[in-house]
Design a protein around this ligand. Structure first.
Ligand code: G6Q
Length: 548
């Protein structure tokens, strides 16, 4: 069954939110805390090893009630059932959206075209497990009889960002294999990676759902040519495996069927790390850790499906985005993990969130008359505090920020961890409270500066505060807790799309670029191929051709 299509701004709940916004927009968070002693408890959700504190957001419990009314009026509950049950909710591509089925237990049942997909999901997982064990244990030998030491994932976009982020984030749990990621069609990228590799001990995992992507096929072809400079053609079967839905094209590339890890078209690229696309994760961390990652995601799926919306972490988180984006008109959101391990997390979420919800046509095909997808950015704390935090504190833009922190560090260095986390706590407090003129003046008191100089400096030293943050405090970074965290943002994306009445699971904007580059490439490769361009592009092409 299709998703309903309702313009959210026409609902009663939206109108009530609009009126409520007028009463709340100039209230300071400090005053909201003073007015309600229970606020911190009422606006915090504790679930498993997650402590999600939403109380430093510019809301009251009434705001949350109204936002939940909006979700109810837009039939979010019904949409969630359709999402998990395999309805064709990616209507523009005619597909179900079932990354959740990839982490469902063996006895679950999810039907696509009348067939339960779960047995096949587990078959592929078994294949990943068996292959991982062979490679990690050194039983899968390369052509010359040596064990594999290096794994190179060749893929781009959804076939790169998820596995790359997870392997980097969970490097503490890694085994002896060294993992590399080649994505950019820039020939210097793969050259830099293969220059130190020994083809005799390297396994290449070509990941492409469609097996038509220019970047991935160019990189795979160039790397195979480099490989064949030192090893014979028969060696390919020991050193190249592929993940794809397009089995025929993979076979044509020269990879035997036994070395193909299949995936299904109901897995979107940017949500595919749970599928065979996660093979590099399994190889890098060992299958047990890959399984724990999936289990964590499944636990978040259950929380999302069953928890009351007022206690539902992804739902509240998504509704807050709507609140800031559509009422406060804020345009971006920052994601700041207080762990260096999550260095690639914001980049990964940029694709997930911006590719999914960067849409301007609603589910009826009409241009929307309200804002949709937000800009996503971020870097780990404390580094980012020394970089762009200035703008969050004292700039003119309102930037709701997620702070992600952990109670325990992985190597257990308490001294460093306390320093790290004191920054996490201090920043959210400072962003909320700011610093008043009186506080600034008090700081100058007793100093050597003249009254005149002080009065000139004061405006620059005042912080308005009232900057909204959400604090996610998680016990420890583990494969399972990372699975929960990623799934939390996946469901947040889904809820936003439902509220904004857009289709979150297509990406026609990405496909246009793929087409355009192909036709210009033909011109660059063949002097005789000429096309009409605007004057700017013509000049640029001429300049490039003359000078390259
Ligand atoms: C993700 C997008 C996109 C895709 C890449 C790679 O949701 O669809 O990032 O993952 O374009 O596509 P292939 O896996 O088909 O090579």
């Amino acid at each position: 069954m299709a998703l309903k299509a309702t313009n959210p701004t026409t609902t009663n709940a939206w109108k009530k939110l609009q009126a409520h916004f007028e009463t709340i927009k100039s209230q300071h968070l400090k005053d909201l805390f003073s007015a309600d002693a229970e606020r911190a408890n009422d606006l915090t959700v504790k679930w498993e090893d997650f402590y999600a504190d939403f109380s430093k957001n510019r809301i009251t419990t009434e705001t949350l009630d109204l936002l939940v009314n909006l979700a109810d009026e837009l039939e979010l509950k019904d949409a969630i059932s359709k999402y998990f049950d395999g309805d064709v909710i990616n209507a523009t591509e005619g597909r179900a959206v079932l990354h959740t089925a990839l982490r469902a237990p063996k006895d679950a049942e999810v039907f696509v075209d009348g067939e339960n997909v779960i047995p096949e999901v587990h078959q592929v997982k078994n294949k990943i497990k068996d292959f991982t064990n062979l490679v990690v244990n050194g039983d899968h030998k390369g052509h010359t009889g040596k064990a594999i030491t290096d794994v190179v994932n060749i893929g781009i976009g959804g076939s790169d960002l998820g596995p790359a982020m997870v392997v980097d984030s969970l490097q503490f749990y890694k085994n002896q294999l060294t993992t590399h990621f080649v994505s950019n069609v820039d020939g210097d990228h793969h050259k830099e990676i293969i220059k130190n590799l020994d083809p005799e001990t390297t396994l290449f995992v070509i990941v492409s759902k469609t097996f038509t992507t220019q970047e991935t096929l160019s990189n795979a072809n160039s790397i195979r040519a480099w490989f064949l400079e030192s090893l014979p053609k028969e060696a390919v079967s020991k050193h190249f495996v592929a993940v794809s839905t397009n089995i025929e094209s993979v076979k044509n590339f020269g990879i035997a069927e036994a070395n193909i890890f299949p995936m299904k078209d109901w897995v979107g690229g940017r949500f595919s790390l749970w599928s065979a696309v996660g093979l590099s994760i399994s190889l890098a961390l060992g299958y047990e850790h890959f399984e724990s990652l999936l289990e964590g995601a499944h636990k978040m799926d259950e929380h999302f499906k069953t928890a009351d919306f007022k206690e539902n972490i992804p739902v509240i988180s998504a509704l807050l985005t709507v609140w800031y984006n559509n009422f406060f008109q804020s345009e971006s959101e920052a994601i700041i993990p207080y762990t260096q391990y999550l260095n690639q997390f914001a980049t990964y979420l940029q694709q997930g969130i911006m590719e999914s919800n960067g849409k301007s046509v609603d589910r009826d095909g009409n241009r929307v008359n309200y804002q949709t997808g937000t800009l996503i950015w971020g870097e780990p704390g404390t580094n980012s505090q020394h970089a762009f935090f200035q703008l969050i504190h004292q700039g003119t833009k309102l930037i709701p920020t997620d702070f992600i922190g952990y109670v325990e560090s992985l190597y257990g260095n308490k001294d460093h961890h306390n320093k790290l986390m004191s920054n996490y706590f201090a920043q959210t407090e400072a962003l909320m409270n700011g610093k008043t003129e009186a506080e600034v003046l008090a700081e100058f008191k007793g100093g050597a500066m003249s009254e005149e100089v002080i009065s000139k400096l004061v405006p620059f030293k005042v912080f308005e505060g009232n900057k909204p943050t959400t604090s996610l405090l998680i016990q420890k970074l583990t494969p399972e807790s990372l699975g929960k965290l990623i799934a939390m943002y996946e469901h947040k994306i889904f809820v936003q799309g439902i509220i904004w009445n857009i289709y979150s699971y297509d990406q026609f904007g990405v496909e246009l670029g793929k087409q355009l580059a192909k036709s210009i490439l033909a011109e660059l490769q063949d002097e005789k191929t000429k096309q009409h361009h605007d004057a700017s592009t013509s000049n640029l092409l001429d300049f490039y051709k003359v000078n390259c």
